[in-house]
Design a protein around this ligand. Structure first.
Ligand code: XIL
Length: 314
């Protein structure tokens, strides 16, 4: 098999995917040709256009254009969609983040947002996420501050009701290897299952650093799988301190291979999504100063050693 998605499928996984957005696909034909190649990517995630600030910037006023266009584009290519994201503390419109809702009112705001979004994209998978701080305590978002942990069950119940066939994931970063935050996620999912809250999967974001990928990925994936959920790596990128050198590219190749091999080794790990496929459009340089070159294709859309690392990992 050639192409990342094909290689993954040939090894029993469901997909390799990428995040993208319509404005890039419309404005950059060579870029779009790779993103739409089903041999490379069987799954598409909206990088921003399904987030709360993009879809319900004013309460009850919905903007679906970006998400709809991306869904239609992916379907035309034979690709599947991963929804991203329902309930998150970041990229919230101010009418939500500024607080001031009673618990009952905020619960119904969450229910309404989740129901409307998931109903719109029925047949796709969606997720809500990032409930934890790095030490495993709950993040003090407007949701947690007003509702405690109940907002998680509220969102998951609303999502299940809106689309009984959708796979419901909860996702976070820094839950790649074993550690306090991963333990907190395992405990949360165990509790959700004990409470009969619908939950199908744990999303491991995978925003990693060249030369610093945890060694216990597989053990961690196995502890999640033991809860009876599937897992997916949902936002993989492995960044380096710039400038790029051949040594760093070689280490990055080994790091991609290591992540893929851990997913391959755990049957519950169904697929991997990269957070954009080319360094040309990565979010990394804009957020982590002096860091970048985190993806398997370079700025000129040429495959990097990391690409071969993914293939070898399978
Ligand atoms: C990022 C996007 O890539 C950027 O374009 C945007 O400005 C900020 O959000 N974890 C996530 C993603 O879950 O939603 C983030 O995406 C990257 C980190």
């Amino acid at each position: 098999a050639t192409g990342l998605h094909n290689v993954a499928v040939s090894k029993g996984k469901l997909y390799i995917g990428t995040a993208t957005e319509m404005y890039k696909l419309n404005g950059d034909a060579p870029y779009a040709a790779i993103a739409s190649d089903i041999n490379e990517f069987g799954m598409i995630t909206a990088e921003n256009s399904m987030k709360w600030d993009a879809t319900e910037r004013t309460q009850g006023v919905w903007t679906f254009t970006g998400g709809d266009n991306l869904v239609n584009w992916a379907i035309a290519n034979g690709q599947k969609l991963r929804g991203h994201t329902t309930v998150w503390h970041s990229q919230l419109p101010s009418w939500v983040s500024s607080g001031g809702f009673s618990a009952a009112a905020l619960t119904s705001v969450i229910e309404n947002h989740t129901t409307t979004l998931i109903d719109r994209y029925k047949g796709k998978i969606l997720m809500g996420r990032e409930p934890f701080n790095d030490d495993g305590t709950f993040r003090s978002s407007v949701f947690y501050t007003t509702l405690g942990t109940s907002y998680i069950a509220t969102a998951l119940h609303a999502a299940r009701a809106a689309d009984p066939a959708a796979k419901l994931y909860i996702n976070d970063y820094n839950i790649d290897g074993l550690g306090a935050k991963s333990t907190a996620m395992a405990n949360l999912v165990a509790q959700l299952k004990a409470d009969n809250v619908p939950i199908d999967g744990i999303g491991i974001q995978g925003h990693l650093i060249v030369g610093a990928v945890p060694n216990n990925l597989q053990a961690n994936f196995e502890q999640f799988a033991a809860l009876g959920v599937e897992i997916a790596i949902t936002e993989l990128d492995i960044r380096m301190t710039l400038p790029v050198t051949p040594e760093k590219l070689a280490q990055q190749k080994a790091d991609y291979k290591k992540v893929v091999a851990a997913c391959k080794a755990v049957p519950a790990c169904v697929g991997i999504t990269v957070w954009e496929y080319t360094d040309k459009y990565s979010w990394v340089p804009g957020v982590f100063s002096s860091q970048g070159a985190a993806l398997p294709w370079d700025d000129n859309l040429a495959k990097k050693p990391a690409y071969d690392g993914i293939v070898e990992g399978f």
